[in-house]
Design a protein around this ligand. Sequence first.
Ligand code: SF4
Ligand code: SF4
Length: 96
Amino acid sequence: MIKQSRPFFDSSTIPDDLCPIATALTPMLPGDWRSMRPVVDRAKCVKCAVCWLYCPVQCMLEKPAWFDVDLATCKGCGICAEECPHRAIAMVEEAA
Ligand code: SF4
Ligand code: SF4
């Protein structure tokens, strides 16, 4: 039998509510280096959740009547703005 130099990964140490690709546990969040940020126009948003579906880091947040962005984990890729069928998301430059 091969002896392990390290113990096997213990999945029981992962919190139940942890998204597998969430970045909230890393010390360097994308909000610190992102160059563009998505801004949701609440008047245009129909809460269809397409942005939520396509966001690669799952940082779209469900609000009572719209979807908004968790700007701490958003990396500014613009996919949500590209995919929004109602053009309710605009990408704007981060202030210097
Ligand atoms: S895809 Fe656009 S319209 Fe749909 S929930 Fe997201 S922001 Fe709102
Ligand atoms: S810009 Fe990219 S990372 Fe940020 S909310 Fe949109 S899809 Fe997600």
